[in-house]
Design a protein around this ligand. Structure first.
Ligand SMILES: C[S@@+](CC[C@H](N)C(=O)[O-])C[C@H]1O[C@@H](n2cnc3c(N)ncnc32)[C@H](O)[C@@H]1O
Length: 252
């Protein structure tokens, strides 16, 4: 018989199972942790959000997770409301100043036209019916309001890069994606148009030198320690075949 502490192996959950976010709850705010790339994406997404043009402007962050967008919105003048299924993530979002709503992005308990900005960062590719999220996002936007999002395209290249390669790197948790849920970029643009939002999209990827430097630093166990420190920047790409970002204003 062996003596000493017995460690419990991590439970293995099906791909895209939301309980993974509970198991990884301690990773959200670690800049060099399993959700590192979400920090880089949050900065890039926030750069698309202009300062609020009126008092009491509301930004609704669908699938907000632990509120990684919050520090990048500081000073822009929005009340940041985050909607998510995962309570453990919402507790952290609240600690970072987000007003949290525990709910489903396909049926958001907020009134029509309440939002000046709706953000949906790295959410659509996790939802079995992403069209319902788009409908909700557009319903929440006031006329003239802005939709900003990023997601993974429904292509063989995205499955290769984001899952087979990406999930073997320390920037993406293994098993977090179900590639069957990836979102065809043209269908997304068409769906947004049906709901009055002319979505403009562009491909994005992490800067290669920044990512290599980050990987080296991480391997040497010298984390930067701050979200904005020496984190890799997201760069525009000509192709939208893997990761892409969209923004568009709601008309009418
Ligand atoms: C990859 S994380 C992205 C989190 C955050 N947007 C960010 O970029 O840091 C996906 C998040 O979506 C949430 N989520 C998944 N399906 C959802 C749904 N139907 N409604 C609300 N949140 C959902 C998960 O709980 C998780 O927090």
């Amino acid at each position: 018989m062996r003596n000493g502490p017995v460690s419990t192996p991590p439970r293995v959950l099906p791909p895209n199972d939301p309980r993974q976010y509970d198991d990884l709850a301690g990773e959200w705010w670690r800049p060099d942790g399993a959700f590192a790339m979400l920090h880089w994406l949050a900065r890039s997404r926030a750069a698309l959000v202009p300062p609020a043009t009126r008092p009491d402007a509301l930004l609704v962050d669908l699938g907000c997770g632990a509120g990684l967008l919050a520090p990048h919105l500081a000073g822009k003048g929005y009340r940041h409301v985050g909607v998510d299924l995962t309570r453990s993530a919402l507790a952290q979002a609240a600690a970072h100043g987000v007003t949290v709503v525990n709910g489903d992005a396909t049926a958001v308990p907020l009134v029509d036209g309440c939002a000046d900005v709706v953000a949906a960062g790295e959410l659509l590719e996790h939802v079995p019916d992403w069209r319902r999220v788009v409908a909700e996002a557009c319903r929440l936007l006031r006329p003239g309001g802005l939709l900003v999002l990023d997601t993974l395209n429904d292509t063989a290249l995205a499955r290769l890069v984001a899952v087979r390669i990406g999930e073997r790197l320390p920037t993406v948790p293994r098993g977090i994606h179900d590639p069957r849920l990836f979102v065809d970029a043209r269908e997304l643009v068409a769906e947004c148009a049906r709901h009055g939002v002319h979505l403009r999209i562009r491909g994005i990827r992490p800067s290669l030198p920044g990512t290599l430097a980050w990987l080296v630093r991480r391997a040497r166990s010298r984390p930067s320690g701050t979200v904005d420190g020496r984190q890799p920047r997201m760069k525009p790409t000509r192709s939208v075949a893997v990761l892409y970002q969209g923004h568009g204003v709601r008309h009418g």
